[in-house]
Ligand binder design. Structure first.
Ligand SMILES: Cc1cc2nc3c(=O)[nH]c(=O)nc-3n(C[C@H](O)[C@H](O)[C@H](O)COP(=O)(O)O)c2cc1C
Ligand code: SF4
Ligand code: SF4
Length: 441
């Protein structure tokens, strides 16, 4: 049986699955229930001077039959008094001494930071997470993402916390910035023991077409909120990878954003996260999703022969390179499996109108399975992505693997196009119909 014990900068937990700081960690009642169900750690709902929240406060994107593919909130930090939270943290730690309880914090002055760090340490927190990510409300008051977007300020405040903290300090980053590695490096310079990312992305979820006001609506008005849930995973993965690759960061990473199942978690970890945090999926489906996550992770590790988490953490990082290093001699083309094809012809439409006119429809009386015109196919993947039948269209390798030539190599050898009508351009080689052929269809 693989060992699932996770270690984030010295904070140990029985498994890498933590609840992110959010409504599921509002109270001791919820955290106790979550730990009993199998979660390995929890980052408490951000503590500070309590706020008063709005009603309503959440919005969502539904896509076709899927609910909450993207989720958005205009909620702020905890609306409960600090003393209540501290008492409950202490109680949770008594019941679950081996689980990770991390206190998320957001205050303003150096004095307040010192005080609240000491308070949560006294309550038994295993670590603190500095919330420099909240993109609404708190940033208007000079906190949250207002700090995360100013690396120098972030570094200073991290330093204030490190002056007093005796437990590991995690800095939670905002994705609302051009280059995530700048605040990540600042966190490391400020002495942070780890970073966590991402917090939510600034967004408006849509507009009520009759009342002319975006969602979520508060008495006829709205405001930008923070976007999260499955839709943000690709953005989070890219940012986690950027931090994992950056020499100046070099501290452990807690991966957050769009994690709903064990696969999402493993993806974050393959790209460099030491553990993961989950919010929206728990708000949608409840704490019970941890059962499938634990079983799935264990099965994956068994299948791959990984005995412990470090065996695969960061394993995909070196496989992400810059575009100029990709092999331009690698060639794949699409192949349709006629036995599983249902004849919907979505692939034909996509390639014909949205790609490279490399799929032909069958003639009259020849059924409905389209055919790939191999000499036109550029191997873009589009048809395989639109095909509703799993593995019906596969991409088949056509080069023999003997040559590797990247754009960088092209540039170095003088083979790259250098003028507008250069015949060496890559798109020149494949057949394209004359414009008039587009009429009268
Ligand atoms: C309703 C709601 C409230 C949140 N409150 C906090 C908070 O108090 N502190 C914090 O650091 N992050 C907060 N977050 C952000 C989450 O911790 C997490 O970073 C984000 O939702 C991305 O993860 P997900 O895609 O799993 O939801 C909140 C998110 C939501 C949806
Ligand atoms: S999209 Fe897939 S199932 Fe539909 S016609 Fe093309 S290959 Fe067949
Ligand atoms: S891979 Fe791209 S170019 Fe080739 S058939 Fe599919 S959609 Fe057309």
């Amino acid at each position: 049986m693989p060992n699932l014990t996770a270690n984030l900068a010295g904070i140990l937990s029985p498994n890498p699955f933590w609840l992110a700081s959010a409504p599921p960690t509002n109270s001791g009642y919820q955290v106790m229930k979550a730990f009993e169900t199998g979660w390995g750690g929890a980052v408490w709902k951000t503590l500070g001077i309590p706020v008063v929240n709005t009603s309503s406060r959440y919005g969502a994107i539904n896509y076709r039959s899927s609910r909450m593919v993207g989720f958005n909130n205009i909620e702020l930090i905890t609306d409960r008094p600090l003393a209540d939270n501290l008492r409950e943290i202490e109680e949770v730690k008594k019941y679950f001494p081996d689980h990770a309880v991390v206190a998320s914090l957001m205050v303003e002055s150096r004095k307040e930071w010192h005080q609240i760090v000491k308070d949560v340490e006294n309550a038994g927190a295993d670590g603190v997470e500095l919330n420099f990510g909240c993109p609404h409300g708190m940033c208007e008051r000079g906190m949250g993402s207002a700090v995360g977007q100013e690396p120098a300020v972030l570094q200073t405040i991290t330093g204030w916390v490190k002056e007093v903290a005796t437990v590991p300090v995690i800095v939670k980053l905002t994705p609302n910035i051009t280059d995530i590695t700048e605040p990540a490096v600042a966190a490391a310079k400020g002495g942070a023991d780890a970073i966590s990312l991402i917090n939510t992305i600034q967004s408006l979820m849509g507009v009520d077409l009759d009342r002319f006001v975006p969602y979520p609506t508060v008495d006829g008005k709205s405001t930008n909120g923070g976007y999260c849930g499955p839709a943000v995973k690709p953005i989070a993965l890219n940012m986690v990878k950027n931090c994992a690759q950056h020499q100046g960061v070099n501290i452990p990473i807690s991966g957050i954003g769009g994690i709903e199942n064990w696969r999402d978690a493993v993806e974050h970890m393959l790209l460099g996260a030491n553990n993961v945090q989950v919010c929206t999926a728990v708000m949608h489906y409840g704490f019970g999703i941890i059962r499938e996550m634990l079983a799935g992770l264990e099965e994956y590790m068994n299948e791959k022969g990984f005995g412990q988490l470090p065996d695969f953490i960061g394993k995909a990082v070196s496989n992400v390179t810059t575009w100029e290093n990709l092999n331009l001699k690698y060639k794949v083309i699409a192949a349709i499996n006629a036995d599983t094809c249902i004849g919907c012809q979505l692939c034909y439409t996509a390639c014909e109108d949205g790609a490279h006119q490399a799929i032909a429809l069958p003639g009259n009386g020849q059924g409905r399975v389209p055919a790939i015109i191999e000499e036109n196919c550029v191997g873009c993947n589009l048809c395989s992505l639109v095909c509703p039948v799993e593995n019906c269209i596969t991409m088949v390798r056509k080069d023999d693997g003997s040559t590797h030539e990247s754009w960088k190599d092209y540039m170095d050898s003088g083979k790259a196009p250098t003028e507008f009508n250069d015949k060496r351009a890559g798109g020149h080689g494949h057949w394209i119909p004359e414009p008039k052929a587009g009429l009268g269809g």
